[in-house]
Write a protein that binds this ligand. Sequence first.
Ligand code: PMP
Length: 333
Amino acid sequence: MNMLTSTLDLIGNTPLVRLKGPSDAAGCDIFGKCEFANPGASVKDRAALYIVRDAERQGLLQPGGTIVEGTAGNTGIGLALVANALGYKTIIVMPETQSQEKKDTLRALGAELVLVPAAPYSNPGHFVHTSRRLAEETDNAVWANQFDNIANRRAHIETTAEEIWAQMEGRVDGFTCAAGTGGTIAGVGLGLKAKDENVTIALTDPHGASLYNYYANGELSAEGTSVAEGIGQGRITANLDGAPIDTQFRISDEEGMIWVRRLLAEEGLCLGLSSGINVAGAVALGKLLGPHARIATILCDTGFRYLSTIYNPEWMRSKNLDPMPWQMDSAAQ
Ligand code: PMP
C-alpha cells in the first residue's frame, strides 16, 4: 500500500466488493462500490472535492472564503471536510427532516448549519434557493450548487467510472443507481459508455421521484413517497441532462429495506436506505440482463448515519415499515 501525502487523497479509490446475496438472487454477479469508505462516509465526498477544486480554478474561492450549500446532508459533510482541509468555512442549509445524525455530524465538523422546513422546489424557502441567497449575501462566498454544477458529475466520469472499469477488468454489463443530484448516475453512466457503449445504464428510482416516468414516457411525474434520504429527484438537473439512461426501475422502500436488512445480517454491511434501493435495482437489472451479467451499483453511505431512523424500531413503525427482525423485542419493551 502506498503512503498518501494529503488527507484529500483519501477521497475515492474505494473498494468494489461482490455481494453474495444479491448475486445469488439475480443469478449473476453484482458488485457494490463501497462509497461509505470515503472519509465523510458517503459518495458525496467525490463531488465535494471536485466542486471546491473547480471553484478554486475559476478564482471564485479566495483564501479564508466560505462554501455555502443546500444539501440532504452528505454533500455538506463532504464539503465541510474538504473545506477544513483547505482552510475554508462552510455554511450548510438542510431540510429539518433529515436525520439527527447528519445534523450533529455537520455541527461537529464545524459547519454552520441552517435548518429550513421541507418545501417543494417551487417554494422560495426550499433549501436549494435558501442556500443560493445566503451565498449571495455572504462576503467571499461561493455557492456549491451541486444539483446544477457539473463539476459534480465530472467527479464520477473521471474517478468513479474509471475505478469501476478497472476493478471489473473491463468486463461491465450493467450499472445502476438512484439519483439525488444525478451526478453519480450521469457521471458513471457517461464514463462507462465512453469505455463500452454496450454497458446498460439503468436508473433506479425511489417512489415519490419523477425520473422513472420521465425516462419511461417523457413525463416528469411522481407516485407514492419514500423515506430514503439523499435520493428522489423531480426535475432534470444540469447533472442529469444528457445522462445515458437505457432503462429504469421503480423500487419501494420495503424492497430497499429487504436488502438493507439482508446485507447487514448476512454480509456484515451496515448501509443507508439508498444503498438498499440501489441493490434492489441491481438485482432487477441482473434478472433483465441474464446469468452471465456483471453489474455494478453504489453503496452510497454508512448506516451509522441512520441509527435514529431506519435502525430505530419506533421510527420504522411510525413510517409503517418493518423494523429489523432482531430489533423487534427491544421495540416491544
Ligand atoms: N444516496 C445518498 C445517501 C445521498 O446522500 C446521495 C446524494 N444526495 C445519493 C444517494 C445520490 O447521489 P447523487 O447526488 O450523485 O445523485
